[in-house]
Design a protein around this ligand. Structure first.
Ligand code: MRU
Length: 365
């Protein structure tokens, strides 16, 4: 009973997002009818998780193409259409800076748009019909991005299965599940696959302050799938490891640099250091669209800083005194030395990361 994070509603011509700010208290859906609705939804965490925001952004480009009205009447403006799409792409990419899947998906959509415009322009077609053909191709491409993501996650699950012994107790962080992807999940994809294979796993989910993705989303997903889960606060992770209550850690990723350094939810680095201290394997599960070979190491990964209210408040309740200074980086970078292996849909990646990441990502990333 996975929770699909998003889908396209053909009848209404809109992108529907499961509102992740409200879960698990309320199962509410948000309809995005314009590209700027998608930008706001990504920025405001209605949809979150690297692959999910990538897929949402792809549909954002579709909405931008549908919104353009310079192609319906005369004079039709093909250059205006291109500029309109480029502006939409810029706004989507700026919505959240750390997860590279967002830019990856937007770039892929923009390449598709250029190809479609070029191809349609070769025929005898008028400008209006070139735009119509491009819209059609963009819709196809966004659906492909969404369905490929689900397939990639299922393959990640299969690849990761070899790392999960029977009875394994697995610690995870944030939410790298169906909600963070289009469906099935990356870290939770491995856990789902192990559960389905009868490995009798138990998950330790860290609550993941300040947005509580672990408490609110990971626990919710796992309970719906009848996968045993124990919720802990983030500062209990060391205790749980030292007491021998976990066997391995699996987390997701927002961006993987060429040397294997991994950006993921703030606190991941702390968990990796604890895992090494306690001699536990620390795995990262991610599709190849999360690999960014253009960055030699993690120090160049842009880290998003979010509002002070996420730290001073819990829900609508303020817990910190007025006037306190707050630091709220949403991600940190785990150096590759702390990572036992990276689980991708194209196989396991281990040291030396530079060469193995190039092998799985090829020229794509
Ligand atoms: O701020 P978020 O909730 O978007 O952060 C999400 C994470 O850090 C996930 O672990 C990551 O995106 C991988 S999701 C498969």
């Amino acid at each position: 009973m996975n929770a699909r994070s998003l889908y396209w509603e053909t009848g209404k011509g809109c992108l529907v997002l499961l509102d992740q700010r409200k879960l698990p208290v309320e199962e509410r859906y948000v309809e995005c009818r314009s590209c700027s609705d998608v930008v706001e939804a990504i920025r405001g965490m209605v949809v979150r998780g690297a692959p999910a925001i990538g897929a949402a952004a792809a549909y954002g480009i579709v909405l931008a193409a549908l919104e353009f009205n310079g192609g319906r009447g005369e004079p039709c403006d093909l250059e205006g259409f291109r500029e309109h799409l480029a502006a939409a792409a810029g706004a989507l990419c700026a919505a959240r800076p750390t997860a590279v899947n967002l830019r990856w998906a937007v770039d892929r959509m923009m390449r598709r748009a250029s190809e479609a415009i070029q191809h349609a322009s070769k025929g005898e077609r008028g400008c209006g019909s070139i735009i119509e053909a491009t819209r059609h191709k963009l819709m196809e491409e966004a659906s492909k991005i969404a369905s490929e993501d689900v397939e990639a996650n299922k393959s990640i699950g299969q690849v990761g299965l070899s790392l999960v012994p029977p009875g394994a107790r697995i610690m995870t962080y944030c939410n790298a599940g169906a909600l963070a992807t289009v469906d099935y999940g990356t870290a939770l994809g491995v856990i789902r696959c192990a559960h389905a294979a009868g490995r009798n796993v138990r998950v330790y989910a860290c609550e993941t302050r300040p947005f509580f993705q672990g408490a609110r989303l990971t626990s919710w997903e796992l309970i719906r799938d009848n996968i045993p889960v124990t919720l802990i606060t983030d500062n209990m992770a060391g205790y749980v490891m030292k007491e021998g209550l976990v066997d391995l850690v699996i987390v997701g990723a927002d961006r993987i640099a060429a040397n294997g350094d991994v950006a993921n939810k703030i606190g991941t680095y702390m968990l990796a250091v604890l895992a090494r201290e306690n001699k536990l394997p620390f795995y990262v599960a991610a599709p190849v669209s999360t690999i960014d070979l253009s960055l030699p190491n993690g120090s160049q990964i842009p880290i998003e800083f979010r509002s002070a209210e996420e730290v001073t408040n819990v829900g609508f309740q303020r817990i910190a005194p007025e006037g306190v200074d707050v630091l709220n980086p949403a991600f940190d970078v785990t150096p590759h030395e702390f990572i036992t292996a990276i689980i991708t849909e194209r196989g396991l990646v281990r040291e030396p990361y530079e060469a193995s990441l190039k092998r799985v990502a090829g020229s794509e990333c």
